[in-house]
Design a protein around this ligand. Structure first.
Ligand code: FBP
Length: 290
């Protein structure tokens, strides 16, 4: 695998940067990101319910999956990692630097998700804890009246992270009163292009899941083209039939030109064994080992 090193990575950190990407992608450049930031984003909505096993409500469920399955990287907030990471030292981590809840409806207020901790805090935590922290992540809501704040913070984060040899995933969603259709492919392609313009290594965007699996992937090519050298990760979205989801991911990787996935609910909204089984299958598809 040939990893392109952006010029924001100093020569002294090039080996560390390359190594972090290699480890998270198992040498393939393709990233299976297991998302565990929903405790903030969706509060307890995804974690309890008549159809869900009781174990899903325990935050440790995330860690049991992340340590038992062959994932690429586990993305969650620093506090969560600080509470459980000591017992899950084999997990590869991405620290999510911002977050917001879903309590304020977007019809009332445009979304703003401010940075909680700095890259410097993560670098210090990595050294002190000895955990495998390879990357940081941050969400931007484009089209929000506050987008300039989030764009500014994201740009700084990319520069800071690269200075320390960490790679960066930006979650970029079109959202706010000015956005009429979050699933418009042309707008999503614009989000991917912004990810590239900010220098992100990967940009995670919305994937419009249509009934025609092949056609959905063909439509998505506009997005992966717009991202250029930045890899596009497709969102998992709400839980769907596992076989159907696996087929979508095959097309995302083989037809749409995605460089990976960022998936939460489809994996963790089930028992530990089923979650591990699906996560392993997903990683195999993403990394081209199926
Ligand atoms: P929304 O704001 O559209 O709900 O998406 C946020 C999010 O759920 C993140 O919290 C998570 O990282 C990502 O999407 C992927 O998770 P899922 O596969 O469950 O959609």
């Amino acid at each position: 695998m040939n990893i392109q090193i952006p010029l924001t990575v100093p020569k002294s950190k090039a080996a560390e940067y390359t190594n972090n990407i290699k480890k998270a992608t198992h040498g393939t450049g393709k990233l299976m990101l297991f998302a565990g930031d929903q405790k903030v984003e969706h509060m307890n909505d995804d974690l309890v319910g008549a159809s869900l096993p009781a174990e899903v409500a325990d935050p440790e469920h995330y860690f049991k999956i992340a340590s038992g399955a062959d994932i690429g990287i586990f993305a969650t907030h620093l506090g969560t990692i600080a509470r459980y990471g000591g017992d899950y030292k084999n997990v590869p981590y991405l620290v999510k630097l911002n977050g917001k809840t879903n309590l304020i409806p977007k019809e009332n207020h445009d979304p703003l998700s401010r940075q909680w901790v700095d890259v410097a805090d993560v670098v210090r935590f990595k050294k002190d804890s000895g955990l495998n922290i390879y990357a940081v992540g941050y969400t931007i809501y484009l089209g929000s009246e506050f987008e300039s704040i989030m764009l500014h913070q994201a740009a700084q984060i990319v520069v800071d992270a690269h200075q320390h040899g960490l790679f960066v995933v930006l979650w970029i969603y079109p959202r706010g009163k000015a956005v009429s259709n979050e699933k418009d492919i042309h707008t999503i392609a614009g989000c991917a292009g912004i990810g590239m313009s900010l220098g992100a290594d990967f940009v995670k965007v919305i994937y419009p899941y249509g009934d025609d699996i092949k056609q959905s992937a063909e439509n998505f090519r506009e997005v992966t083209t717009a991202a250029g050298r930045t890899g596009v990760l497709c969102v998992g979205g709400s839980k769907q039939d596992s076989e159907k989801y696996l087929e979508h991911v095959r097309e995302q990787m083989n037809t749409a030109g995605a460089r990976g996935i960022a998936v939460g609910r489809n994996i963790y909204q089930q028992s530990l064994n089923d979650a591990i089984d699906l996560a392993n299958k997903l990683t195999a598809i993403v990394e081209g080992r199926e």
